[in-house]
Design a protein around this ligand. Structure first.
Ligand code: COA
Length: 361
């Protein structure tokens, strides 16, 4: 049977996460995502890697380990300095990560290897970012947690609790999302009994494509174009009547509210209630849903996670070209969990193709 883009095909059984697009439910290891948004990045990563929530001691231990694994190797530093100036950050990540490891990454993949790759990604992003901006290169601070340290390395300052909390919630909510293109490509690479570094390199390359990792910069453009609440209705109406898609709305799987958008909005409201850009985002969301229902009736179009991700990035003044790399810094947890699950019960992926070319025989 041929299914274009493998749509509707179940390619693996998994115990990592479950998505119910009709009901708007996302589950990590048995827990609904809304119940997990209070977890730290480290605790949520622990849940995905080990399959259960950490004890207090586990949480301390994983925070310590991720802290010690943050440092670049001399080879990574050399590569970061030799890559072409104009290279985009996803290509930088893909190249630098692939320099990691030798024999210690041989089959089978481990949680320890997963921690190292997860811990070093923010350091690569921040180092390269500062290099490009001619800013001082900042050494990781092992006392800070994973997300605080990422923000510290990007800015040189300890982040406020509000900002760190908002980014942490976003990262926890986007750690994992079933058999998306990048998780699938990581599993395919691992299924040949290749190493974890190769699987993650493949996943980063897959994430780089605009059909997968790239929508939020479009949301930032939309919010910038609207600028003030008074202009929301006219800008959105004009775009929809011209047949344009509104970035941050609609989803291939969710045909109702994206549960990650709901959890993120709740967290933002708790933490940043009086923030101007959040107020604008809330107003734009309300107007967009009303106008989508009027102009595109029956299509079930609601806010997706990228909308609030962009609102967070905007309020934090993070440049939009750091968006997909930041998404990568969270999604690597899901990829590594998938690779380890694949290795536990491995069968090489080998679908078939249907020949529709000429036959001269
Ligand atoms: N704005 C306006 N109309 C939209 C829309 C949007 N964001 N998303 C879907 N639609 C409309 C389409 O124009 C189409 O209308 P039609 O029936 O008149 O042709 C209908 O809804 C179905 O669209 P389709 O592209 O087939 O839906 P899909 O489920 O395959 O696509 C997305 C899902 C995510 C690709 C799509 O909603 C989109 O491009 N959204 C904007 C980009 C975005 O936010 N991406 C991040 C996703 S996490």
């Amino acid at each position: 049977m041929f299914s274009e883009g493998l749509k509707g095909i179940i390619a693996a059984q998994t115990m990592i996460s479950h998505i119910d697009g009709k009901e708007g439910v996302l589950i990590y290891r048995g827990y609904e995502i809304g119940e997990l948004s209070h977890l730290s990045f480290e605790e949520a990563a622990f849940l995905l890697w080990y399959g259960h929530l950490p004890t207090v001691e586990d949480a301390v231990e994983i925070k310590k380990k991720l802290g010690t694994y943050r440092f670049l190797t001399p080879v990574m530093r050399d590569i970061l300095h030799s890559l072409p100036q104009g290279m985009d950050m996803m290509s930088v990540l893909r190249t630098v990560i692939s320099s990691e490891g030798g024999t210690e990454y041989k089959w089978k993949p481990t949680i320890e290897q997963s921690m190292r790759l997860t811990a070093v990604i923010p350091t690569i992003i921040a180092y390269r970012f500062n290099m490009m901006m001619d800013k001082p290169l900042i050494v990781p601070d092992t006392q800070l947690n994973h997300v605080e340290n990422y923000l510290y390395m990007l800015t040189g300052n300890n982040p406020s609790k509000t900002v760190a909390d908002a980014l942490e919630t976003y990262m926890v909510l986007t750690l994992e999302h079933g058999m998306n293109a990048s998780a699938f490509s990581a599993r395919v690479t691992a299924s040949t009994e290749s190493d974890l570094v190769s699987a993650i390199t493949a996943a980063i390359g897959t994430m780089k494509g605009p059909l997968h990792g790239g929508a939020p910069s479009g949301v930032i453009d939309l919010l910038n174009e609207i600028g003030m609440a008074e202009k929301a209705e006219s800008v959105i109406r004009r775009k929809l009547l011209k047949g344009e898609k509104l970035m941050g709305f609609g989803h291939r799987v969710y045909k109702t509210h994206d549960p990650r958008a709901i959890a993120l909005r709740k967290k933002l409201l708790e933490n940043m209630g009086d923030d101007h850009s959040l107020d604008l985002a809330l107003y734009v969301e309300k107007k967009a849903i009303e106008l989508l229902a009027e102009i595109k009736p029956g299509r079930s179009l609601y806010t997706n996670v990228e909308f609030y991700a962009a609102a967070i990035m905007k309020s934090m003044h993070l440049p939009s070209d750091l968006f997909t790399p930041t998404f990568t810094a969270s999604r690597i947890v899901g990829w590594t969990a998938h690779v380890m699950e694949q290795a536990e019960n491995n069968t090489i992926y080998r679908p078939q193709s249907e020949y529709i070319g000429k036959r001269n025989c």
